[in-house]
Design a protein. Structure first.
Length: 75
């Protein structure tokens, strides 16, 4: 069964979106949790959001480079 190009593109965009949003949300919740436990201003939330964004871009870079290598093999 052959998958059409628009379905592949949609699946790639969905995977990239999930790959980007997951670490940001997890780190945000961790930062909020620590801030509530330690009773600090949003310092840990900000720190963990920055860490989440960094992790999201790292995952994006890893996934896209993996996909590029996969595409080069097929050509």
């Amino acid at each position: 069964m052959k998958i059409s190009s628009w379905a592949k593109s949609l699946s790639l965009i969905s995977q990239l979106g999930i790959t980007m949003i997951t670490p940001i949300l997890i780190c945000t919740f961790i930062g909020i949790f620590i801030d509530e436990k330690v009773k600090t201003a949003p310092i840990f939330t900000i720190i963990f959001i920055i860490l989440g964004v960094g992790a999201a871009f790292r995952n994006l870079f890893y996934y896209t480079s993996k996909q590029a290598k996969k595409e080069d093999k097929h050509e």
